[in-house]
Every structure is written in structure tokens, then in C-alpha cells.
Write a protein that binds this ligand. Structure first.
Ligand code: NAP
Ligand code: F7E
Length: 326
């Protein structure tokens, strides 16, 4: 039985990856940090199948202990301060968690189980103010937020450990991926939750920032398969994972509102509060290397993704509405 250690298992990607690995017969160790109110929402349905280890990315001793306890064949480093907008008001915490802590995790693996295969969650935010389109593995980075800068550090330190210590360390440069488990403040989920609230009479408007930004949005369930495939190769390498399609935030809004029979123009209010100090205007990934080398492909397209998320929020909020009206 293969053993995997996942950091960030309570997050969106961690929950889908844990499901995937459990379905493949892995023993899954999930690392979680102590919080005053435990949050198992994304993993409630598989909570009892996960071996829980406690650890915080900023605490090397706890990571060494997590690797020692789990003795993993594969380590997936998904934990991070992942919300770009929060990285301006919290640049130092973002740097500690999203940048430097990647070295903590790599050190823990190097010291305790150097033969373990290592996956680092890199991001298309590293391309930032893009210098070429579409973006691929060789496109130079130009990050536009403290988060993007932190991810560039995490990316290069992973490459450096591969080259310095001959570790099997891979970096997946993943473009935006979403799901019904996406955090509520990210734009896709904010929109699908907002649409459901308006449709059900629980809200009258949806306040958003820049509607012109373009993103390459895929489904998280498809993207975790690529993470796993990267660690099944003979050689470690870095891969772009994307859909190869880009859409504006306005298109996302339109698709979501139209799905429930509403015209978005009657409900969306532009609010400066959500406009960022520096924006990433356009992301569009070229994942031909992943398709060719990993044999990876998508199953869910943009419209299906938005509809899936609206359906899920409609169901959740209808149940809530029923409950409060009893
Ligand atoms: P997410 O839902 O925000 O999950 C982040 C996870 O990290 C949570 O489980 C969180 O735990 C944990 N975490 C945060 N700080 C920690 C710390 N100090 N110690 C231990 N755990 C900590 O993120 P996601 O969307 O699943 O993304 C997974 C990874 O991929 C992240 O590294 C993200 O930056 C990267 N990424 C995401 C995308 C995307 O579009 N989703 C694209 C490219 C890269 P709590 O539950 O305790 O908060
Ligand atoms: O913003 C615009 C916003 O917060 C997308 C993370 O997973 O993907 C994610 O980062 C776009 C931006 O994601 C609102 O300005 C407009 O242009 O959903 P987001 P993100 O910043 O692209 C990358 C790949 C990661 O690695 C990150 O971890 O939408 N936008 N109005 C808005 N965004 C938000 N959140 N809220 C708004 O009201």
C-alpha cells in the first residue's frame, strides 16, 4: 500500500486529491494545523479514512514529525495562504507561509525521507503581467502580487532541491481551478453563491471588482489527477495545467446568471473595494506538454463547471432557506 502525505488537505484541492488517492488504495496522511474552530467541511465525507497528523507549515519541527510519522512515498505540498487579495494586507504572513515554508517542507523531506516524491503547488499567478500568450513552462515569470512573488520563490526552491540533492521534486504550474468546494471569497464561488442567493430571494445584489480580468478556469477534480500523474513519472519535471481557454469575469457572471434565468446587469454592482492594487489582466495556459507526457486531459469544461457550482450553491442555500423557515 502506497503512503501519501498531503499538506492543505482541508482545502479545495487537498480534499479532491485525498479522494483520488483513497480510491487508488493509498494510505492518506492529512496534515492540518490547529485552529480554534476545526474546519472539516471539505473532507467530512472521508474524514475517517484519513490518518490525521498535526503540523503547521511555518514550524519545521512539526513538519519533520509529520514526515517521520507518515513515512510517505509521495508528499503533496498544497498548503498555502492562497487568496491573492489577502496577500497585500498580509504580505509577510504570505511570504512566511507560501514562500519560505516550501523550504521547510523540502527540508523535512530531505532530512527524514529523501526518497519520497515531492509535489509543489505552483501557480499561474507567477506569470502575472504576462510576457507571452499562451503561457507555458518556459514563459518567464512577472508576478503582480505578494502571493505571486511568494509562489515564484516556492517554485524555484523546488527546482533547486531537485538539482542540488537529486530529489524527485516536481512543480505543477496550475491555472485557476474551481469547484463547489472553492473558498467563498474567490470570484467563481462568490458569483455562484451570489447568483443562488439572489435567485432564492436571500440577496438583492452582487458586488464585484474588475470584470475585465481574463482567467483560464478549470475544474479542481480534473487538476488533482495531473498532480498524481506528475509523481508517477520516471523523471521529475514541471508542468503547466490549464484548459487552453480564457474567459472574462463578466462572461463568468453572464453564464452563471443566465443559467437561473436572470440578467446579470440588474444585479451586479461594481465596488472599488474589490479592485486590486495591481491586476493580472490575462491568463491563458498551454498545457500541451502535460497532455503529451502525462496523458492528462480535462473532463469538465467552463460552462459545465459554472453550472455545477450554481447547482451546488442553489441546493445548499435552498436547504438553508427551508431550515430557517421551519
Ligand atoms: P485552499 O482551499 O485555500 O487551501 C489551502 C490549505 O492550506 C488549507 O487546508 C489551509 O488550512 C492550509 N494552510 C494554510 N496555511 C497553513 C499553515 N500555516 N500550515 C498548514 N496548513 C496551512 O487552496 P486550494 O485552492 O486548495 O489550493 C491548493 C494549493 O494550490 C495552494 O498552495 C494554492 O496556492 C495553489 N494553487 C491553487 C490554485 C487554484 O486555482 N485553486 C491554482 C494554482 C495554485 P486551513 O483549513 O486550516 O485554513
Ligand atoms: O480572482 C477578479 C480579480 O480571487 C480572479 C487563487 O486560487 O488562482 C486564484 O487567484 C479574478 C481577479 O482568483 C472580484 O481581480 C473581480 O482578476 O478568484 P480570484 P485569482 O486571484 O486569479 C490562482 C491561479 C492562484 O494560484 C490563487 O491561489 O477575478 N475579481 N471581482 C474578483 N476577485 C475576487 N476574489 N472577488 C471579487 O469580488
Amino acid at each position: 500500500m502506497k503512503k501519501a502525505l498531503i499538506t492543505g488537505v482541508t482545502g479545495q484541492d487537498g480534499s479532491y486529491l485525498a479522494e483520488l488517492l483513497l480510491s487508488k488504495g493509498y494510505k492518506v496522511y492529512g496534515m492540518r494545523r490547529r485552529t480554534s474552530t476545526p474546519n472539516f467541511e471539505n473532507v467530512e465525507h472521508i474524514k475517517d479514512q484519513i490518518e490525521w497528523v498535526s503540523g503547521d507549515l511555518t514550524d519545521l519541527a512539526s513538519l519533520i514529525e509529520a514526515v517521520r510519522l507518515s513515512d510517505p512515498d509521495e508528499v503533496y505540498n498544497l498548503a498555502a495562504q492562497s487568496f491573492v487579495a489577502a496577500s497585500w494586507p498580509q504580505p509577510l504572513a504570505t511570504g512566511q507561509i507560501t514562500a519560505l515554508s516550501v523550504t521547510n517542507m523540502l527540508e523535512a523531506v530531505r532530512l527524514v525521507k529523501p526518497s519520497a516524491k515531492f509535489y509543489q503547488a505552483s501557480s499561474s499567478e507567477m506569470f502575472g503581467r504576462v510576457v507571452e500568450t499562451p503561457q507555458k513552462e518556459t514563459t518567464p515569470f512577472y508576478p503582480r502580487s505578494p502571493y505571486g512573488v511568494a509562489k515564484v520563490y516556492g517554485h524555484w526552491i523546488t527546482v533547486n532541491y531537485r538539482e542540488s540533492y537529486d530529489m524527485f521534486a516536481c512543480s505543477g504550474i496550475l491555472f485557476n481551478h474551481e469547484s463547489p468546494r472553492r473558498g467563498i471569497e474567490f470570484v467563481t464561488r462568490k458569483v455562484t453563491d451570489g447568483v443562488a442567493r439572489i435567485k432564492l430571494g436571500l440577496a438583492t445584489e452582487l458586488r464585484l471588482g474588475n470584470l475585465d480580468a481574463k482567467r483560464d478556469w478549470g475544474f479542481a477534480g480534473d487538476y488533482v489527477k495531473a498532480m498524481w500523474l506528475m509523481l508517477q513519472q520516471d523523471q521529475p519535471d514541471d508542468f503547466v495545467i490549464s484548459t487552453g481557454e480564457t474567459h472574462t469575469v463578466e462572461e463568468l457572471v453572464k453564464v452563471a446568471f443566465e443559467y437561473v434565468g436572470l440578467d446579470w446587469k440588474n444585479y451586479v454592482v461594481l465596488d472599488e473595494k474589490y479592485v486590486r492594487p495591481a491586476e493580472v489582466d490575462l491568463l491563458l495556459g498551454d498545457c500541451s506538454k502535460a497532455k503529451q507526457v502525462l496523458g492528462w486531459d480535462l473532463e469538465v469544461d467552463f460552462e459545465q463547471l459554472v453550472h455545477m457550482m450554481v447547482d451546488s450553491d442553489m441546493k445548499r442555500l435552498s436547504q438553508y432557506k427551508e431550515m430557517v423557515s421551519i
